[in-house]
Design a protein around this ligand. Structure first.
Ligand code: HEM
Length: 488
């Protein structure tokens, strides 16, 4: 197929109405809805029968707990999930009765609405904060002491309601302990930056006249986070050539109409960016006490998981960050993400808390099946269609090799991207050509079209909180927060 006029592609078909689902049902709409849209509105939908998608989803179960490692430290999986929760939240609803035009509850911008909510002056959000609104800090919750750590509670949990739910803007950030601790890390990052404001160099900080300490800290946090998203996280995920091409020439396929804010492409939220589901491991070395723990337990030690009766996180479940990011410490095991491929960790086949319309069908508790059916509901094109449109290498049926001929010929986009990573992405260490373009372009497009991003406001801005000016990765953020291994 010939390439189409690219200027026609962009937010030409915003999807604004009706329901679909989300990781966990949202109890309240806390933030203004953004928009879903399409990057490839003219490509035909991949329309494989539901049963084929269910069979394919079932074939993705990885029963091997010792999954093969990528070189990416495992903290990036949950940073990836945290980033997703900043960008995309499909309003509550089931696969059963799912619609093509769901409502998006997040602004698709990297502005950390999932962390800051509507800010300390807002009635819905102010309970998360303490101190005057102009210098507001996040309230941090206390852990419940355990004998193996010590008698004093530690400031290492979310602030929790009596029912243990966390008072944060996006309940999904308390869905498993690793994303919950990542959210906590960012709350602490804000508080640390606020404390450090008097010592920060005005030359580097670009403070605005009349800006309150809260706003200044929020901007410094958000811009450092945006730097990490592109220069640390995306750089690790996509092909170096595609990274450089997008950085130098901008996106070719993710186009936002002039003057509009970014939209969230369904090709990204329903397929490409769900690549993270393949990075999840079934077990982790969490800290000195739980050095070989199952993912199932990491679901248990959250508000919804009940924490085995503990009112807040037991102290012995506080994360040891040295095991999740490379902090240059020897003698401590570092967890890595699973390779990006078509195998999905066993624990993701028995999800709890599905929408009521889906309860009773065990196939709909399998994340792989949900992703594939969701892609069909959203009428996503196949991977081959998009590869062809992009002029990229197209995987042949024997390379897809799913064991289902109909799938090999016309592959659901999510599965295609995972398979492409395994075949053309350095053995699953990073994405292949189509996945790299899709993921890289959307992140760059979000940064370029967000009126508040550092790339729009001050493209020459560089991070200044790390040990080297102009460089900042997750390991630098963890070191800056300086609460690396609270239980010793
Ligand atoms: C243990 C870890 C994770 C669990 C249990 C989980 C679970 C889920 C569930 C249940 C959904 C909704 C499925 C549906 O009904 O369509 C979902 C959606 C999604 N997930 Fe994950 N996920 C995890 C990690 C990740 C990671 C690491 C990433 C990316 C790096 C990711 C990206 C996404 C995206 C983009 C969506 C769609 C969000 C929306 O628009 O509502 N997830 N996830």
């Amino acid at each position: 197929m010939a390439k189409k006029n690219l200027t026609l592609h962009g937010n030409t078909t915003p999807l604004t109405k009706a329901l679909a689902t989300a990781n966990k049902p949202a109890t309240r709409e806390v933030l203004p809805a953004g928009k879903f849209g399409r990057m490839f509105p003219d490509l035909p939908a991949n329309n494989l029968p539901d049963q084929v998608l269910i069979d394919l989803g079932n074939s993705m179960r990885d029963n091997d707990p010792v999954a093969s490692d990528s070189p990416i430290p495992a903290g990036y999986t949950y940073l990836g999930q945290f980033i997703d929760h900043d960008l995309s939240f499909t309003k509550e609803g089931g696969i059963v009765g799912g619609v093509t035009s769901p409502t998006q509850l997040r602004s698709p911008e990297l502005e950390l609405d999932s962390l800051y909510g509507k800010g300390p002056n807002n009635a819905e959000s102010k309970g998360m904060y303490e101190g005057p609104p102009t210098a507001a800090r996040f309230k941090i919750g206390l852990s419940t002491p355990t004998g193996d750590v010590g008698p004093n509670p530690l400031p290492n949990d979310h602030l929790r309601n009596p029912d243990k739910s966390s008072f944060i803007p996006d309940p999904r950030n308390d869905e498993n302990l690793l994303v919950a601790q990542t959210h906590l890390l960012f709350m602490k990052f804000h508080n640390k930056v606020l404390d450090a404001l008097p010592t920060l160099s005005a030359e580097h900080d670009v403070a605005r006249p009349g800006e309150s300490p809260f706003k200044r800290a929020q901007r410094i946090v958000t811009w450092h986070y945006q730097w990490i998203v592109w220069n640390d996280f995306v750089r690790r995920l996509i092909r170096p050539g595609v990274f450089a091409s997008i950085e130098n020439n901008g996106p070719m396929f993710y186009k936002v109409l002039s003057g509009q804010r970014p939209f969230m492409p369904v090709e990204f939220s329903v397929a490409a960016y769900r690549l993270g589901h393949s990075m999840v491991r079934d077990s982790y070395s969490h800290n000195r006490v739980f050095f070989d723990t199952s993912l199932d337990l990491l679901f248990t030690f959250t508000g919804n998981g009940g924490m085995f009766g503990s009112p807040t996180l037991p102290s012995n479940w506080i994360i040891d960050w040295r095991r999740f990011y490379n902090l240059g410490v020897s003698g401590v095991p570092l967890n890595f993400t699973r390779k990006i491929d078509t195998k999905i960790a066993n624990s993701l086949f028995t999800l709890a808390g599905m929408p009521t319309s889906d309860a009773g069908n065990p196939d709909l508790a399998k994340l792989s099946v949900r992703n594939l059916l969701r892609g069909k509901i959203q009428k996503l094109p196949s991977g081959q269609q998009i590869a062809n449109f992009m002029g990229a290498v197209i995987l042949q049926p024997d390379e897809i090799n799913s064991g289902i001929p109909a799938v090999d010929a016309d592959t659901p986009l999510w599965y295609y991207i995972l398979r492409e990573a395994a075949v053309l992405g350095n053995g699953g260490n990073n994405l292949g050509p189509v996945g790299s373009r899709l993921v890289g372009e959307v992140f760059m497009g979000l940064l370029q079209n967000d009126p508040g991003s550092y790339l729009r406001k001050r493209p020459t801005w560089r991070p200044f909180l790390g040990s080297t000016f102009g460089m900042f990765e997750m390991a630098d953020l963890v070191k800056f927060v300086n609460d690396i291994n609270p239980i010793g």
